[in-house]
Design a protein around this ligand. Structure first.
Ligand code: UD1
Length: 344
């Protein structure tokens, strides 16, 4: 008998959500095999994860687009479940370099699926995104809310990947899939040993916020205050990455314990609470005591005015709900930024 509940392959396990999920899996009694090609992460992330769990993890530097290299991982390690995080995620870049996104995000994914089938490993957990809902007519969005046509190649890779997983689960015996649709992941581990490490100019709000607070950027630009929302700025559902990581554990439990009701299932992973950009800025300043210079600028192309999750299905079926307090989350983001910048 193994001392572990099971083993999970975590692709992209050196990344932001991957590292936090690997920690949560280990804390829940799973063993993990972590693979990453460091295309958008650093070896220090694996070191941080190992420090938190107090032991080494099985790590291999592998590009998931390399089928033969990936096959080696399957040959060397037993696992029932893969969580596939490895993907590019910059929406803007995907508009100017669509092939880079289709090539990387879909080839790596097909390789994973192909090998899961070949090696008869049953469970695939896929990182999807609330981006599939686009500009939804009715809020909050449930898993039944129709997907909107993707407005970026990045978003399209998420939709295509969901459909591929659905089709595989339908066609192949002993093949099960869960897609988790993440809302806006923020925060960092309280140890500040792992967190989001954007290379170059960030794409998302929180790295801009913490970098501005750290003085790396002069001023935060708020993209539009003329939306049809209470304060005119966009509404999002900001979910703490620790809560998000726990949702993965709940989904893995569901697969490993044979609790799935369908062969392919989808869950929203959010808090269910909309927060505006201005509210987030105010909360950040209050929670950290740091001044955040900001200015209102024009809307950013492609932004939807509002999106937040109906979390009833995840609450009921996964037995999971977001618990972390937003102020703690924002403080954790700030502590992480301070550590990265060497600020006391
Ligand atoms: C973005 C992507 C989404 C992707 C997700 C991954 C777009 C249009 N959407 O979501 O597809 O799945 O990241 O994390 O790129 N904001 C500012 N100033 C800034 C940065 C952002 O005001 O400097 C605002 C945005 O207008 C938005 C909110 O902050 O209202 C959140 O932005 P962001 O963190 O980029 O997330 P999304 O756009 O929701």
């Amino acid at each position: 008998m193994s001392q572990y509940k099971d083993t999970v392959l975590v692709s992209g396990g050196a990344g932001y959500i991957g590292t936090h999920t690997a920690v949560a899996l280990v804390e829940a009694g799973y063993d993990v095999v972590v693979i990453d090609n460091f295309s958008n992460s650093e070896p220090s992330a694996v070191e941080g994860l190992e420090k938190i769990i107090g032991r080494k993890v099985a790590f291999e530097e592998v590009d998931t687009c390399d089928l033969e290299a990936l096959r080696g991982v399957f040959e060397r390690h037993e696992f029932s479940t893969v969580i596939h995080f490895a993907a590019y995620k910059a929406v803007g870049e995907s508009m100017t370099e669509p092939l880079k996104y289709y090539q990387n995000n879909l080839v790596s994914y097909m390789n994973i699926l192909q090998l899961m089938k070949e090696f008869k490993r049953p469970n695939v957990l896929f990182s999807s995104s609330a981006t599939v809902y686009g500009d939804a007519e009715v809020l909050p969005v449930t898993e039944e809310t129709p997907r909107q046509p993707a407005t970026s190649p990045y978003g399209n890779t998420k939709q295509i990947a969901e459909d591929i997983l659905r089709d595989c689960c339908r066609a192949y015996e002993g093949f099960f899939g869960i897609a988790l649709r993440y809302f806006n992941p923020i925060g960092a581990h309280p140890s500040a040993l792992i967190g989001e490490l954007p290379r170059g100019v960030p794409n998302n709000l929180i790295p801009f916020v913490t970098q501005t607070a750290a003085g790396v950027r002069e001023c935060l630009s708020v993209f539009g205050n003329d939306y049809d929302t209470p304060d005119g700025t966009c509404l999002r559902d900001y979910i703490d990455v620790l809560d998000l990581a726990k949702a993965h554990v709940a989904a893995v439990d569901r697969m490993v314990d044979h609790k799935m009701k369908e062969k392919y299932e989808i869950f929203n992973v959010g808090t269910g609470t909309p927060v505006s950009v201005l509210e987030l800025i105010t909360r950040f300043m209050k929670a950290t005591g740091v001044d955040l210079p900001y200015k209102i600028v024009g809307r950013r192309a492609g932004d939807v005015p509002a999106v937040w999750a109906d979390t009833a299905l995840a609450n009921k079926e996964l037995g999971w709900k977001a618990e972390r307090d937003l102020d703690d989350t924002l403080r954790a983001s700030w502590n992480w930024e301070k550590r990265v910048r060497g600020i006391k």
